[in-house]
Ligand binder design. Sequence first.
Ligand SMILES: NCc1[nH]cc(CCC(=O)O)c1CC(=O)O
Length: 333
Amino acid sequence: MSRLRSLDTPTAPRHGRGHTLPLKVGTRGSPLALWQTQHFLGIISGFCPVLRDAEAFEEHVISTEGDRVQDKRLADIGGKGLFAKEIHEALLDGQVDFAVHSLKDLETELPPGIVLACLLKREDPRDAIILGPVCGAPDRRDPLACIPQGALIGTASVRRQSQILAMRPDLRCEIIRGNVQTRLGKVRNGDFAASFLALAGLKRMGLEREAGLLLDADAMVPAAGQGIVGVTVRATDVELHELLGAIEDREARIVATAERALLGALDGSCRTPIGAFARLRPDGTISLTGLLARPDGSYLLRHTAEGAAADAARLGRELGDRLRREAPADILA
Ligand SMILES: NCc1[nH]cc(CCC(=O)O)c1CC(=O)O
């Protein structure tokens, strides 16, 4: 059995026993989750020669509550981290050595003993609208006008619901669930006039052509971490933590830190529409936009703050605090 030697140095004892291969990777079983896991394994094995072997990894598909509950709005089953609990448990039990997540599905406060060791380069963070047969071709000057008056929009996201209803109060929103492919099918067969999907997921599935309309991040503020893949490990696993840290994308870490600090400061439930989107500029400053809204779109509060990349966490916290202070009492009740 070969060992993970890439980090064996004279100081090796601080890495603990060292891992033997295969490394066990935890993932959800949706096509998108499996794609993201393979993508990550490709990156890590490109960096670490000993992991290029076909048998270097063992994939463990873990079903989460979020995968099993297909009918209710996620908010109503009440959990944060609904897509990760079972995966965190497998990590802490030693059934897996690391786990690959969509960062936006990962709660801001991870359980004790688990750390986010690696973030991959962000895919396009925008939301796409999937247009069904009842929608006409979008017009450049007024793209949303192609959705018929009063049409039914499928979304399980109060963030998307609040923002689309603020732009088009005549529309109705109902819950659509299922993986990317299932949702596309429900729009195609007319269950919904249109729906939303993250462009990142569509691109990764080779389904970018299904994006009928792309919404600018200013018009539809994305979720914190949207488009970023994150990898968790046990906090005690210094060896894997260091290896993962070496391949992470610096920009993704900075923007995710700001966005997740904003989300954490608001401490909303998943019933609270919250958006958070940061950009890193060439001069090393970041611009962070936060959105807090009422689910019916009757109130939207949006602010943008700027600061140094090194202050990403503080910038996010302060902008979150500002949104909280300014919002009407019912929104974070
Ligand atoms: N909540 C489900 C989920 N988690 C991550 C993505 C897409 C990929 C990403 O945002 O990184 C999706 C689907 C969607 O929101 O359309």
